[in-house]
Design a protein around this ligand. Structure first.
Ligand SMILES: *[C@@H]1O[C@H](CO)[C@@H](O)[C@H](O)[C@H]1NC(C)=O
Ligand SMILES: *[C@@H]1O[C@H](CO)[C@@H](O)[C@H](O)[C@H]1NC(C)=O
Ligand SMILES: *[C@@H]1O[C@H](CO)[C@@H](O)[C@H](O)[C@H]1NC(C)=O
Ligand SMILES: *[C@@H]1O[C@H](CO)[C@@H](O)[C@H](O)[C@H]1NC(C)=O
Ligand SMILES: *[C@@H]1O[C@H](CO)[C@@H](O)[C@H](O)[C@H]1NC(C)=O
Ligand SMILES: *[C@@H]1O[C@H](CO)[C@@H](O)[C@H](O)[C@H]1NC(C)=O
Ligand SMILES: *[C@@H]1O[C@H](CO)[C@@H](O)[C@H](O)[C@H]1NC(C)=O
Ligand SMILES: *[C@@H]1O[C@H](CO)[C@@H](O)[C@H](O)[C@H]1NC(C)=O
Ligand SMILES: *[C@@H]1O[C@H](CO)[C@@H](O)[C@H](O)[C@H]1NC(C)=O
Length: 731
């Protein structure tokens, strides 16, 4: 009982062991039999051959002959082939046709199979033979050969005395049967037998003179046999294959099962666990593994390969495996020159860019100087602590602000230049005026203008924010006034004229006040020289802003008149200035008179639709006044019952302003005062209509406030008094 259990356990452990550890041959296995080497998976003793297939069990007999079954083995290739010797079959007859010898052969290859590199050969005249196989598939093949004399052709088995047929691979059991058609009686003299056998390709060369007689007494022919491990593919066996380290499993190409092969650069028995070892290609004598460095001294071995090491300054030419001195090939030269050329091109481009940039900067600097930038900065710095707040803009900033002076940004085009809408980086909107090509003699005056205008901080003058002097023509940057020009409002090119008489009077007062201020109050008197409705801008509250000082001139303190080129707008141009060319502040008075007339009549300063003699608004007015039909030419929109007297007064002022002789015209200051007085009356009128009880105090306050500072407190006081009174009354 116990013994049986023990045996059983041993059997179990043995099984488990063989499952886990890949079967390996013993260490003391015979590796040579005669001069044929025997290697695993083949072996000649138990424990030396692949244990799962007895076909690998070879025998080495006492004559040192290696046998596969009873068949001598002459060669074993570990890549799946075995060369064995098989005895030929024959049938022989005597001269009477009596059979004297007969040998048919059965051969079994166990689990191995016949290779396709064998041929079935029949030698004889009057002969035929069959090869019958059985295995996975059963088939028969054969050939016949008939001749009545010794064939004269030599050296080929082509049907005369010898026939050959290819053999399909794969069969592991076969029989060879030789036959004769007529017992060789006709050919007995030179061919008494039929020989039939399998032989490896090229291992039998037919010789008609030698072989028909007795096949040169050769008994055995080498036959190639395919073998492989198991009947599963590499994929199926996975890591349970017997392939050792540094080797790879391959599916057999000739049959089922797999074979193992050492990896590239390794050599040895791939079926042993540590069979495949690195080949030292530099020293090996094997032609398969030998290095191909042209100079053996340069060869260096590495695991799984080798390399040819060249001295420094030399490189390996892989077509000849020899070391060549490093030199620049034409591709390198081409590459280098191309890169060099590119670098030069880039460099030249860069330098050009830089030079252009410098040139630009120089040009900008030149323009800046030409436009009086130096003078301006000097003046600005010399001006000391003043309210000068004129910014110098860069050309680039201006270009950006106007979107490259885009046409869509043009707000207007006038005698003095083009006005663009500009958007500064801080998103504020400005008007940018680009002057017409400047002339250098006026630079100083331009600078003066910039200086003076920047100092004018009058609520009715468009504020100058800055200038740009880096361009060929100077650019002026103004605050942006939203509501168009008075011209547009009056002549309806953009807006419906919704200007009431009150608006118009206020605008007239504002403009008159501004001009008076320019003529007398500003630090250096300024003549606007181009007063016209188109140069009076209106903001969102319809407050007038006098603009376009492009033609303006500064009058030196010691001079009354200034001789200039006559400049201005037809219709507004002072006839005296026009004829004498002498400019003084009365020219502005004339132009303002025309503006007043425009405000009154809603007519344009110059209109060719009016009768010949009334084309000019001044003469139009003069005629109407003369014929006492002024009310006819007043704009119906402003004409009301209660303002007739004011209109007449304004018309009278307008007429005074447009007198032919400058001397006879009032000063701007006087005009402003007269108009202001009119408004006071109007306001009084209004107020007295609406608040008849309180008018005393308020009118008093207003009147006084327009004349002096102290008065407002009186008005204020009086109101306070009322308030106090009220509070006291409430108690
Ligand atoms: C094997 O060795 C013997 C001598 O031992 C030699 O005569 C014979 O030709 C050799 N055979 C082969 C196939 O090398
Ligand atoms: C190997 O073959 C020989 C002779 O053919 C036989 O005696 C022996 O038992 C075989 N060995 C095994 C393990 O099958
Ligand atoms: C076995 O065959 C290989 C090539 O297939 C050959 O190089 C080798 O010499 C052969 N060995 C013998 C003993 O015939
Ligand atoms: C061939 O030999 C067989 C027996 O060996 C004999 O029976 C037969 O008659 C012979 N045929 C001829 C044509 O000689
Ligand atoms: C081949 O022939 C043998 C007997 O000659 C028979 O037993 C076997 O079944 C045959 N095989 C096939 C696939 O027909
Ligand atoms: C047969 O001839 C071929 C070339 O014709 C030659 O390569 C081969 O070695 C010969 N075989 C024998 C066994 O002489
Ligand atoms: C084979 O691989 C499996 C996993 O893929 C592993 O569990 C097993 O131990 C391996 N066997 C051997 C003999 O390496
Ligand atoms: C693979 O080859 C290297 C180099 O010859 C050797 O050191 C190593 O032991 C081999 N690996 C195995 C598993 O045999
Ligand atoms: C030299 O051998 C290497 C690896 O064995 C091979 O890749 C290369 O093509 C060979 N070169 C020449 C010129 O034979």
């Amino acid at each position: 009982m116990k013994v049986q259990e023990g045996l059983f356990l041993v059997a179990i452990f043995y099984l488990a062991y063989t499952q886990l550890v890949k079967a390996q041959p013993r260490n003391d296995c015979q590796t040579k039999c005669g001069n044929v080497s025997v290697e695993y998976p083949f072996g000649t003793s138990p424990g030396c051959f692949y244990p799962e297939d007895n076909s690998f069990n070879l025998t080495c007999n006492e004559k040192e002959k290696l046998l596969f079954g009873h068949k001598p083995v002459i060669n074993i290739s570990l890549s799946g082939q075995l060369r064995v010797l098989l005895v030929r079959s024959k049938v022989c007859y005597d001269s009477q046709g009596k059979k004297t010898g007969y040998r048919a052969r059965r051969t079994s290859l166990a689990s191995f199979t016949l290779s396709e590199h064998n041929k079935f050969t029949v030698v004889g005249c009057n002969s035929y033979a069959f090869l019958r196989t059985s295995g996975a598939e059963n088939y028969s093949t054969g050939c016949m050969s008939m001749c009545d004399s010794v064939p004269s052709k030599k050296g080929s088995c082509s049907g005369e005395g010898c026939c050959q047929t290819p053999v399909p691979r794969g069969s592991s059991f076969f029989r060879v049967k030789p036959h004769s058609f007529d017992n060789h009686t006709a050919v007995h003299q030179f061919n008494p037998c039929t020989y039939a056998f399998l032989a490896e390709d090229d291992k039998f060369n037919f010789s008609s003179s030698d072989d028909l007689k007795n096949l040169r007494n050769v008994m055995r022919f080498p036959v190639l046999v395919d073998w492989s491990i198991g009947s599963q593919t590499c994929e199926q066996v996975g890591n349970t294959s017997i392939c050792g380290g540094n080797s790879t499993c391959f599916d057999s190409t000739t049959r089922t099962g797999y074979i193992c092969r050492c990896n590239e650069g390794f050599d040895g028995n791939p079926y042993l666990a540590a069979g495949c070892q690195d080949v030292n290609e530099c020293t090996t004598s094997s032609t398969i593994h030998r290095h191909n460095c042209s100079d053996p001294h340069t060869c260096r071995n590495k695991v799984g390969g080798f390399y040819c090491k060249c001295k420094s300054g030399y490189r390996l030419d892989t077509t000849t495996m020899s070391c060549k001195r490093k030199e620049f090939g034409w591709t390198t030269i081409l590459l280098v020159t191309t890169i060099g050329f590119l670098v030069i091109l880039l460099g030249v481009g860069f330098i050009q860019q830089k030079m252009k940039h410098q040139e630009d900067t120089k040009l900008r600097q030149q323009f800046f100087e030409q436009n009086g930038g130096g003078m301006l900065t000097q003046r600005l710095s010399g001006a000391g602590p003043s309210n000068v707040d004129v910014k110098i803009f860069t050309e680039e900033g201006m270009k950006k602000a106007t979107n490259g002076y885009d046409e869509s940004r043009i707000l207007g085009q006038g005698g003095q230049g083009t006005v663009y809408k500009g958007i500064l980086p801080d998103n504020s909107i400005v008007a940018i005026k680009k002057a017409r090509l400047g002339d250098s003699s006026q630079v100083e005056q331009f600078i003066n203008e910039v200086l003076v205008l920047s100092q004018i901080n009058h609520r009715n003058v468009v504020k100058l924010l800055g200038c740009c002097l880096e361009t060929e023509v100077p650019l002026l940057v103004y605050e942006f006034i939203t509501n168009g020009t008075l011209f547009d409002h009056l002549h309806g090119s953009m807006f419906d004229s919704s200007l009431t008489w009150e608006h118009r009077l206020r605008i007239a007062i504002e403009v008159a006040g501004t001009l008076a201020y320019l003529h007398s109050s500003a630090s250096i008197p300024i003549i606007h020289r181009d007063v016209k409705t188109a140069n009076i801008l209106l903001d969102e509250n319809l407050i007038a802003k006098v603009a376009d000082f492009g033609a303006s001139r500064l009058i030196p303190m010691d001079k009354e008149d200034l001789a200039t080129m006559v400049q201005g707008t037809l219709g507004y141009l002072d006839p005296e200035y026009f004829t004498t060319g002498l400019l003084n502040e009365k020219s502005d008075v004339f132009s303002f008179g025309v503006v007043l007339m425009e405000l009154l009549s809603g007519e344009k300063a110059l209109c060719f639709k009016r009768p010949q003699c009334s084309k000019h608004l001044v003469s139009y007015f003069a005629f109407a006044t003369k014929e006492n039909r002024l009310d006819e030419i007043i704009d119906s929109q402003v004409m009301k019952e209660d303002n007739l007297r004011e209109i007449q007064e304004v018309a009278r002022i307008a007429a005074e302003c447009t007198r032919v002789m400058g001397e006879e015209r009032p000063k701007m200051k006087e005009v402003a005062a007269k108009l202001e007085a009119l408004r006071v009356k109007t306001t009084k009128h209004k107020w007295s209509d609406q608040y008849p009880e309180e008018n005393e105090h308020l009118i008093g306050g207003h009147l006084l406030s327009s004349q002096g500072e102290t008065s407002s407190s009186i008005g204020y006081d009086s109101i306070k008094n009322v308030a106090i009174l009220d509070i006291e009354a409430g108690r």
